[in-house]
Design a protein around this ligand. Structure first.
Ligand code: BMA
Length: 310
């Protein structure tokens, strides 16, 4: 492993782990995967795959150790419906296992003429999908469910674009379909900050004793284009719209060649992690430069300690 980013995350030495060159069918790029640990301990990545028309679909890749020997579906696993909401593709899946339904909930961006919207599908096996369709209207994206109900309701983070900017919001639902009680969580910071121009959820929230640990991406617009980096924040367990801590600095940023250079350079974009058996180490899976997929290792305890120093 190299030590490009000191401290919280270390990149896997064999990054990138998934590229278009090893894909079983012809594609433009593979990036921004959702991820989940399966019952047998293997890691499933649900990857955003962009074809040569420019539209994205989702395809799964499974590895025993989450690092090597990926078994990739021979054909797209999940295609758009090609209706008004997703005629331009499906993107950026984030996966949460819902224990009470015994199903995986995949929240993804449906992209069509109205703009990006938030869509949901449920699955038990990543073969058959219950398509629930669009659950939040355009322009909205960067969404994921919390792993459990809070005060009897499902909870979702998302990023609507409003006249006041692109900030993180939270919404509540009794049935996963109808969402309301919308509340702001955190906003972009201004001026020269690394998260001055847009923010959005990176991975589904992680439950810890001291609160919900949230990794989010921040965008800074520069004269050379946007830079996508990752920061940390902690939210109240019972009232998850209340931010307890927010790091001033980013903790993960594009630094290597494959993160700096690609279809959209200077982007790291995680949509999922898996927590290993020590219940502390995570594998963070991320899209690099909208072109390939990398993994970085970190510890929940280090992230929390770092946040508490803020
Ligand atoms: C965001 C999303 C991501 C993408 C990123 C950088 O708005 O569309 O899918 O990785 O831009 O292009």
């Amino acid at each position: 492993m190299n030590q490009l980013t000191k401290g919280i995350f270390q990149r896997f030495s064999d990054n990138p782990i998934l590229t278009k060159d090893i894909w079983p069918y012809e594609i433009n790029s593979v990036f921004n995967p959702g991820s989940i640990l399966l019952e047998d301990g293997s890691t499933l990545l649900f990857c955003r795959v962009e074809d040569k028309t420019g539209k994205s679909h989702l395809t799964k890749a499974i590895s025993k150790d989450g690092l090597h020997h990926w078994k990739i579906d021979e054909n797209p696993t999940f295609l758009p419906n090609y209706d008004i909401h997703d005629s331009w593709g499906v993107e950026d899946p984030r996966i949460t296992y819902l224990e009470e339904l015994k199903k995986y909930a995949i929240v993804y961006t449906a992209y069509g003429k109205p703009g990006p919207s938030v869509a949901l599908t449920l699955t038990k096996d990543f073969i058959h999908f219950e398509r629930m369709g669009t659950i939040l209207q355009a322009d909205d994206k960067d969404a994921a469910l919390f792993p459990k109900k809070i005060k009897g309701r499902y909870v979702m983070v998302h990023r609507p674009r409003t006249d006041s900017g692109s900030h993180m919001w939270i919404s509540y639902s009794n049935d996963l379909i109808h969402w309301g009680d919308n509340k702001p969580m955190i906003e972009t910071r201004a001026g020269s900050f690394w998260d001055a121009n847009k923010i959005g959820l990176a991975t589904p929230p992680i439950e810890t004793e001291g609160g919900w640990l949230v990794l989010y991406h921040g965008v800074k617009n520069t004269s050379a284009g946007a830079v996508y980096r990752i920061g940390l924040a902690l939210f109240d367990l019972e009232n998850p719209e209340i931010c307890i801590k927010r790091g001033a600095e980013w903790v993960f940023a594009p630094e290597t060649f494959y993160e700096r250079v690609g279809d959209v350079g200077n982007v790291v974009f995680p949509c999922g992690y898996v927590i290993l058996s020590d219940r502390d180490t995570i594998h963070l899976y991320y899209g690099a430069a909208d072109t390939c997929i990398g993994v970085a290792m970190g510890k929940i305890s280090n992230m929390l300690a770092w946040l508490h120093e803020q």
